[in-house]
Design a protein. Structure first.
Length: 235
């Protein structure tokens, strides 16, 4: 290949590059987008909290102890049917995919003999009180990240309270959840202030008409009838 052919190839490459750069710059000129301006007017005294949509929509914290005051053990037994394939609830029940749950309330975490817990639960301190059970039952993988339990959790707090009440009944010494519980004091209803009684409006009786217009004429004199007397023909 001689130098002339090489020059043609190089020229074609440079030409293509120039056309590409030209089109790119032309596109920037035709479709130029101005950057968004910052807020031109700032409202004083307004604080903006950077709250994500997830946090804004988060459910309020549940008082599980308050729900336990009226939780139904029978309902908890029905909810627990979701777990019978992995757990035994009766006294002396054997470990299955999950540990036996007899007497679990207030029992030390990861303390059932002969069961191989995940490292996460083995490292957790404390016991399975109602708060721990509530958090674990709501979302096991969130409460104990790395747990081998595949259960998705119970989203309804009433269901969690019911199964905790049922688990509490499946033990030799059930816990009295009413001990130490103080019901919230209901705030007194605000009664709107009574408006002051409207003053009685006394309607004034219109002044009576002049008695002289309606009553008999009492001050008549002879002069008032003189014309009549004068016109009367004499006999």
């Amino acid at each position: 290949m001689d130098s002339f052919e090489l020059n043609k190839i190089a020229g074609a490459v440079f030409f293509t590059l120039l056309v590409y750069l030209g089109l790119q710059n032309l596109g920037d000129i035709l479709f130029h987008i101005e950057p968004a301006d910052t807020n031109a007017y700032i409202v004083e005294g307004l604080e903006v909290n950077a709250v994500s949509a997830l946090e804004a929509s988060a459910e309020p914290e549940v008082d599980i102890l308050a729900l336990l005051q009226t939780a139904s053990v029978d309902k908890g037994a029905k909810v627990a049917k979701k777990c019978v394939s992995c757990h035994a609830f009766e006294k002396g029940g054997a470990n299955k995919i999950g540990p036996a749950l007899w007497g679990i309330v207030n029992r030390d975490i990861a303390s059932v003999d002969g069961f191989g817990y995940s490292g996460t639960l083995n490292e957790m301190a404390g016991d399975w009180d109602y708060n721990s059970l509530n958090g674990f039952l709501e979302n096991p993988k969130k409460y104990a990240a790395g747990t081998k339990m595949a259960f998705a959790g119970l989203r309804k707090p009433q269901d969690r309270a019911a199964i905790i009440a049922y688990l509490n009944a499946q033990g030799d010494t059930p816990t009295d959840f009413t001990t130490g519980y103080t019901p919230p004091v209901a705030e007194p209803e605000s009664v709107p202030a009574e408006e002051p009684a409207a003053e009685a409006q006394i309607e004034e009786t219109p002044a009576s008409q002049d008695e002289s217009q309606d009553g008999p004429v009492t001050g008549a004199t002879e002069d008032m009838f003189s014309d009549l007397v004068a016109d009367t023909p004499s006999e």
